[in-house]
Design a protein around this ligand. Structure first.
Ligand SMILES: O=C(O)[C@@H](O)C(=O)CO
Ligand SMILES: [Mg+2]
Length: 260
């Protein structure tokens, strides 16, 4: 079975954020991720990891103005200096949290934006960030997000797009964040596309579809997909990034630690 991590932005929402570390550890997780660490001091988050023995597996680079609807700036031509400052801020957190992976969100196509100019900006920014992360042995991830349901206009929305950008970036420490939920919406054919992308996959996330809730609420055959990930030799983290239908504990039937 894969190594499962909990996304603390979506899971354990019945307790305040800093208490979710204990909840995740007690539920049987060994690793955690969350969208953004920036509203807490890095030392506070470090303390929560030390208290619980959890590993920080991932967080995102600063995404621009999330509350105003922005969903990343890595592909926005007029935000390059802000993107670069964000990489440095994220690295400050990554050092304290000992986090080996950072995810860059490409962002939404701006009104009147030119998709080709955005793609070039994305490639340049990923190259710049990758070189920065490489000096510390960290990996930069880039995620494809569905543009049909959750993020219309997102600049990178299929595995084909993501792999083509990663190939153009041409840096060994840039890998694909494969989210089963988003790829089910955009492409389906999950096991075949996982296999095709495997050498470039650095992180996997999941939720069932439709609804973005726990396994068993939708159409994805999770036991089959998890088994296939094992069989194809994927040995990275697989993070639960879903909104539980009820309490998180009641949504964890898929987690092997809960069944022992
Ligand atoms: O899938 C997602 O939505 C996340 O992984 C993310 O980082 C941006 O929302
Ligand atoms: Mg995701």
């Amino acid at each position: 079975m894969p190594r499962f991590a909990a996304n603390l932005t979506l899971l354990f929402n019945d307790v305040p954020f800093l208490e979710r570390f204990d909840a995740a550890r007690e539920a049987g997780f060994r690793g955690v991720e969350y969208l953004f660490p920036y509203e807490w001091p890095a030392t506070t988050l470090r303390q929560r990891l030390d208290d619980t023995g959890l590993e920080q597996v991932l967080f995102n680079l600063p995404p621009g103005d999330w509350a105003a609807g922005e969903r990343g700036i890595a592909g926005l031509p007029d935000r390059v200096s802000e993107f670069r400052e964000g990489v440095d801020q994220a690295l400050d957190y990554a050092r304290v949290l000992d986090c080996p992976r950072l995810n860059a969100l490409a962002g939404l196509l701006p009104p009147d934006g030119d998709p080709q100019a955005c793609r070039m900006t994305l490639i340049d920014n990923l190259r710049w960030a990758a070189d920065r992360l490489a000096t510390e042995g960290r990996t930069l991830l880039v995620e494809a997000i569905n543009s049909r349901v959750d993020m219309p206009g997102f600049l990178l929305d299929t595995s084909t797009d993501a792999l083509s950008v990663i190939e153009a970036v041409d840096r060994p420490n840039v890998l694909f964040q494969y989210d089963l939920y988003h790829m089910q919406i955009m492409e389906g054919d999950l096991i075949r596309t996982l296999r095709r992308s495997l050498s470039r996959i650095g992180h996997v996330q999941f939720a069932d579809n439709p609804g973005r809730q726990e396994p068993g609420t939708g159409e994805i055959a999770f036991p089959t997909v998890f088994r296939a990930l094992d069989e194809m030799g994927y040995d990275g983290w697989v993070s639960a990034e879903y909104r539980p239908t009820g309490s998180t504990l009641d949504s964890l039937d898929w987690l092997p630690a809960r069944r022992q």
